[in-house]
Design a protein. Structure first.
Lengths: 668, 147
């Protein structure tokens, strides 16, 4: 059976942060946009039938590059901007009418507010006259542009969904990190109360952000309602590539410092390619914006982060969530500043790092701050020493926020056989959620792990949780389980735990609480570059993340290693390539991900502190890896501005290394 | 067409499409979900099965080519297999999607005497991808399991 846009006319538009999508579209905006669905008794029959569908297209102008898409003459991907009622739209959107900018996030520290400024800055070499005085006290200014390409999540298991309707009620079994957001969005699409939608989440074969919000669930549910039978959809690998990507981004960073190395001002412009639909791109643009400020004390900060529509596949959540793209740029700039000042790159960072009680650019006070310890450990791990040889060494340090505001509920049920069932919406994507919940529940209940069972997330059975993203689950569920265990002790058979973190940022000033607690990490690299081929030979790659307290030591190690390996792929070879808006490498032959032969240089550790809170470790070691490698490559005279650091790009970026100032010169 | 397949020591007479790939027959006809389809082009190793002891990508192997040969999927590996036990001890998995292929490839590396060092194991596993990034622990597990 063929289902066309006519068949789903009555369904409501959707989108987690901006309602810009329909279930099947008459106006496809990217290669891969769903225009029809074929339902058949077998996958083979469906493939044959799909090939027989004839579509006539009327061509309209398209735009693929995010910098072209912000220009005033660019074709508009969406004629009008929209909002969203979804819980996932947790801050006010700032769409810029008449442009492809669906959200603009700004930070303006107090003295830089209230200026007359253009709504959208379209030129990368804009003189930025309105805020130029922020740099009045700077003796040295570094102003550079960096690029990160789109990338693919490549979960080994493709997206897989089954939907059926039971007495007017929709039941969906699917791989999703966002069961309650999905329930709400599906209810909105079909005009149902949320209780009439059930989302069941079996363990997944990886996700990394790819399985968030509405993916194939809406069209599968619509098909199931039309045919009156259960419908299953499993994406082919090339479809997984086009389903959701990591945002390509261009980031310009301008950093000003006094001659003594004190940072005085930072300006950041980010252009984030969110493709044809916003998905959670506005959130990514926001987090990318403040992560690019970095863990530094800087008096004047101004950030413009634009989430830009283009005719590419949608960009969405991706392990590292925006921080990857801006930390690559901002940590390279710190090294360039160190070179210009003739000071040690670790010393320069240490001089400016945020410390306990300092204020971040958002106005919030930093707490449980560990950047200096992390930086020192990373530097030591590659043999960085005061006045020592620096060629081939690189470090990077970063902060990354956790989803804020955030809400987690959990239930512990005492079962007749003496065991306890944990009911939580935390999805097991391979990160070890089930083991984490088991260990934490046992700790808070004061019982052995064999007495704890964790049920499969099922929105009919488990209480609300914001979602399994942002490395928030271990942190939030630890607190919720502690409450639930106390409640169980009071009430006997069922214990409820409920924690809420308030916060959020003003989209025009960046003021507020970016993160209820901070993911803090550092990385370092020691490498050689073959000056004939440009090939990077990694001798050491090290990362350290602040864990607070570790819940599951093996799990912590695996998350660290997995994050680093992802960061390594991003640094050295992962890149989605497009031709006329079409992905030309949507397969694992042309899109390489790291294999066992790439990981020999990896070492890592976690930083723990007695009595500290439990911090998530899901992605802290991703963002610092590319700049650590880039800084090491840069120290050898190869100034690459575009990821990944392929041999060709490394050779093209060769610049003669200026004679380094000697210690005494720098001190003068 | 009818075909006779010997899988994990049992013989199955099956009626399959001539163009069917082995992985689909194992999954759809025999209910063996250990071999998985990830890349579909024989590059990632999640569909690995052993054919007469040699690792093969079942997603690109025509079913007919497996007739008369001994097919081993992860379901045919004993629970107390030393490689499986070593993976368990080293916590060498996260989502687990790639692990059946990893274990079968590792058994073959060990059988062929090509698991003598971490370097050799890393080379031998080059065709088995894991996006969670469990390689470090997987290599440690195989090093321990190798005699």
């Amino acid at each position: 059976m063929l289902i066309t846009p006519d068949d789903v006319e009555g369904l409501t538009r959707f989108g987690c942060q901006i309602a810009d999508q329909v279930v099947l579209t008459r106006e496809p905006r990217f290669v891969g946009d769903a225009i029809a669905a074929v339902v058949a008794p077998s996958a083979e029959a469906a493939r044959v039938a799909a090939r027989l569908v004839q579509v006539s297209y009327e061509e309209t102008p398209a735009v693929f590059d995010h910098l072209e898409a912000v220009r005033p003459d660019a074709p508009l991907v969406h004629r009008r901007h929209a909002g969203s009622d979804s819980d996932s739209a947790y801050f006010a959107m700032r769409p810029q009418d008449g442009t492809n900018v669906c959200h603009r996030f700004r930070i303006r520290t107090p003295q830089l507010r209230g200026r007359e400024e253009p709504a959208v800055i379209v030129d990368l070499d804009d003189p930025d006259d309105a805020l130029a005085d922020a740099f009045d006290e700077a003796d040295v200014v570094v102003d550079e542009v960096f690029h990160t390409p789109a990338a693919a999540h490549v979960p080994m298991e493709p997206h897989a969904t089954t939907a059926l309707w039971v007495d007017g009620r929709l039941e969906v079994t699917t791989g999703t990190q966002t069961p309650f957001n999905l329930r709400q969005d599906l209810a909105g699409i079909f005009g149902l109360p949320v209780e009439s939608v059930r989302v069941v989440v079996p363990p997944m074969g990886g996700a990394f952000g790819a399985k968030t919000f509405v993916r194939t669930e809406a069209v599968v549910a619509a098909a199931a309602r039309i045919v009156g039978r259960p419908v299953r959809c499993v994406l082919d690998r090339d479809e997984v590539f086009g389903e959701l990507t990591r945002h390509a981004a261009t980031v310009r960073v301008k950093l000003g410092a006094r001659a003594d190395g004190t940072f005085v001002a930072k300006r950041l412009w980010a252009y984030v390619n969110t493709g044809a639909y916003a998905d959670c791109g506005p959130g990514v643009a926001q987090k990318l914006g403040y992560a690019g400020v970095g863990p530094y004390r800087i008096e004047h900060v101004a950030v413009d982060s634009y989430c830009v529509y283009t005719n590419l596949p949608p960009g969405g959540a991706f392990r590292g969530y925006g921080a990857m793209q801006s930390v690559w740029a901002s940590e390279r700039v710190v090294d360039l500043m160190a070179e210009r000042l003739g000071v040690d790159a670790v010393e320069l960072r240490r001089r400016n790092l945020l410390r306990e009680g300092d204020r971040f650019c958002t106005g919030e006070t930093m707490h449980d701050v560990r950047f200096e310890e992390l930086l020192d450990a990373a530097a030591a791990a590659v043999g960085w020493s005061r006045g020592g040889e620096r060629s081939g060494l690189g470090v990077a340090v970063m902060l990354k926020g956790m989803q804020t505001p955030s809400r987690a509920e959990v239930r512990i049920v005492s079962m007749p056989d003496g065991r306890f069932e944990v009911q939580s919406a935390t999805a097991d994507i391979g990160q070890g959620a089930t083991e984490m919940l088991t260990r934490l529940a046992a700790r808070h209940l004061g019982c052995g792990v064999e007495r704890v069972v964790v049920c499969t997330p099922d929105t009919d059975r488990v209480p609300y949780d914001t979602r399994t993203t942002s490395s928030r689950s271990t942190h939030m569920m630890d607190r919720a389980l502690q409450e639930a265990a106390r409640d169980l002790a009071r009430h006997g058979s069922v214990g409820h735990g409920h924690v809420t973190d308030e916060g959020g940022l003003d989209p025009d000033t960046g003021e507020g609480v970016a993160s209820s607690h901070w993911h803090q990490g550092a990385a370092s690299a020691r490498l050689r570059v073959d000056d004939e081929t440009g090939i990077i030979d990694l001798e050491d790659l090290y990362a350290i993340s602040y864990a607070g307290r570790v819940v599951n030591p093996h799990g912590a190690e695996l998350q660290q290693e997995g994050s680093m390996i992802l960061g390594l792929g991003t640094a050295l070879f992962e890149e989605l390539q497009f031709e006329g808006g079409q992905i030309v490498n949507p397969n694992l032959s042309d899109y390489n991900i790291p294999s066992s032969v790439d990981v020999a240089a990896i070492r890592h550790s976690v930083l723990e502190h007695e009595g500290a809170q439990v911090h998530g470790l899901g992605e802290t070691a991703v963002p610092p890896v590319p700049p650590a490698i880039g800084n090491a490559v840069g120290s050898l005279g190869y100034r690459v501005r575009r990821l990944p650091l392929t041999p060709e790009r490394v050779l093209d970026a060769a610049e003669p290394v200026k004679a380094r100032p000697t210690r005494s010169e720098a001190d003068r | 067409m009818t075909i006779s397949l010997r899988v994990n020591g049992r013989v199955h007479d099956l009626d399959v499409e001539p163009e069917a790939m082995l992985v689909d027959v194992l999954r759809e006809h025999l209910g063996l979900t250990g071999p998985r389809v990830t890349c579909g082009v024989g590059l990632c190793g999640t569909c690995t099965v052993l054919i007469d002891g040699e690792p093969v990508s079942a997603c690109i192997m025509m079913t007919a080519l497996a007739e008369g040969r001994e097919i081993t999927s992860i379901e045919g590996v004993a629970d107390d297999d030393p490689v499986v036990a070593a993976f368990d001890r080293h916590h060498a998995f996260q989502c687990g999607f790639c692990i059946p292929g990893m274990v079968l490839t590792a058994r073959n590396l060990i059988d062929r005497g090509q698991a003598g060092s971490a370097r050799e194991i890393r080379e031998g596993l080059g065709g088995n991808l894991c996006r969670c990034g469990c390689y470090v622990k997987i290599v440690e597990a195989i090093e321990e399991a190798a005699p």
